[in-house]
Design a protein around this ligand. Sequence first.
Ligand code: SAM
Length: 266
Amino acid sequence: MSRASLAKHPDEVTRMFDEAAGRYDRTNTLLSCGQDRLWRARTRAALALQPGERCLDVACGTGVSTAELARSGATVTGIDRSPGMVARGAARSLDLRVGDALRLPFGTAAFDAVTIMFGLRNVVDPGAALREMARVTRPGGRLVVCEFSHPTWAPFRTLYLRYLMGGLPRIADRISSNPDAYTYLSDTIRAWHDQPSLASLIQQAGWTRVSWRNLTGGIVALHRAVAPAQGSGPPGEGPRQEPYTAPQEPRTAPRPHTAPRREPAV
Ligand SMILES: C[S@@+](CC[C@H](N)C(=O)[O-])C[C@H]1O[C@@H](n2cnc3c(N)ncnc32)[C@H](O)[C@@H]1O
């Protein structure tokens, strides 16, 4: 794929990831100055996985996110549309499969928790993927979406945008096996939902108790939600931002907030 075709065609996106698979993990860690590892660890903590629980890692890529989740002791399955990315993860001895987020090959309510890390932005119909993820999650099961977002402090946002549009593509030119994929990365990050807008999308897909917190000043946001109980009514309170305080999520459900607290759109 040449410059970001933001009207994503699934086969072109898959081909791009097939071509980037060779140096994908290393390139990401270099471009994010090692922050990608922290972001995946925070996702695992936010999911609060317990040993023996079943977790689905959608858009698992080379399995780097699946491996992080497996550290919890949960039984984790990864699925990705790119055969090249999945093949690259073969050495990891994980349950990685080739498949589409829009047609997950799993039964209804098959998982206790489901996550997608840096994948939702690449799916051609994110709303449909979120609905499909809700289908395979048991009532009361958890969702965490880890995705690039929009820094909330204007001076930091300006610096970050400079890096996204200038520094990052130049570095990727030198180290990636498919530099175009990183132009696509910059363009899709800039075009992606801000935090409140993604929270609304998740809620519209049928998830309840939607909340989010920012990581690294909002470069990344973690959106959490809960699959509705069977026969439950409308979702109730709107999405809210949470203060980020503890690295480990409590096992119990978060306390309900009376008034939604949202940050301004960026
Ligand atoms: C940036 S990688 C993320 C990989 C991994 N989760 C991580 O944390 O590094 C995005 C992945 O989304 C996958 N993807 C895009 N569209 C998809 C779809 N419809 N179904 C499944 N995977 C998809 C791509 O093949 C790619 O491997």
